[in-house]
Design a protein around this ligand. Structure first.
Ligand code: AMP
Length: 150
């Protein structure tokens, strides 16, 4: 487990999952001067953070309400859940939105078919498969390969 915070900053972004995407996001936001708290269930995951990362790290399972409580989720402006598990991301996003009324909530979803469910909950989703497909499509058009398909 991490430690209890003594945070006065009300403008904080909580990132759940310090994997390739989460660490990248945390480094970028931190370098831009944003206040960041990042949660991962494995302490080792934080090695992906850059030496200049100035945020707070919390080790714990984000599906446990006390871990989110430790991060003082109620004070967050945004919660971004980018673990490698859709169910975890969905659960964290719903807790953030429905229970803590966090303004900006974003969840990564591997399964594109689940995306439509979250439109009704005011939860933004990013779907790597859909984004990648769009990028590939763009690249094909740039090189001319996809022109016939237009
Ligand atoms: P990646 O697949 O590289 O984006 O990594 C996903 C990260 O999410 C890993 O570092 C996992 O340890 C982390 N993760 C998965 N489930 C949870 C969870 N329930 N709570 C906190 N972190 C998690």
């Amino acid at each position: 487990m991490g430690f209890f915070l003594n945070r006065k900053d009300e403008n904080c972004t909580i990132i759940v999952g310090c994997g390739r995407l989460g660490a990248n996001l945390a480094n970028t936001l931190s370098d831009a001067g944003e206040s960041v708290i990042i949660i991962d269930r494995y302490k080792d995951a934080f090695r992906k953070l850059s030496p200049s990362f100035s945020g707070i790290v919390i080790t714990g399972d984000a599906t446990e309400i006390f871990v989110l409580g430790e991060a003082q989720i109620e004070k967050a402006t945004a919660v971004i859940s980018v673990t490698n598990n859709d169910n975890t991301n969905i659960l964290v996003a719903q807790i953030a939105k429905e229970y803590f009324h966090i303004r900006h909530v974003i969840a990564r979803l591997y399964d594109p078919e689940r995306e439509c469910i979250y439109r009704d909950f005011d939860i933004d989703t990013i779907c790597p498969a859909v984004l990648s497909a769009k990028e590939v499509e763009k690249l094909l058009h740039i090189t001319g390969i996809g022109r016939e398909a237009v």
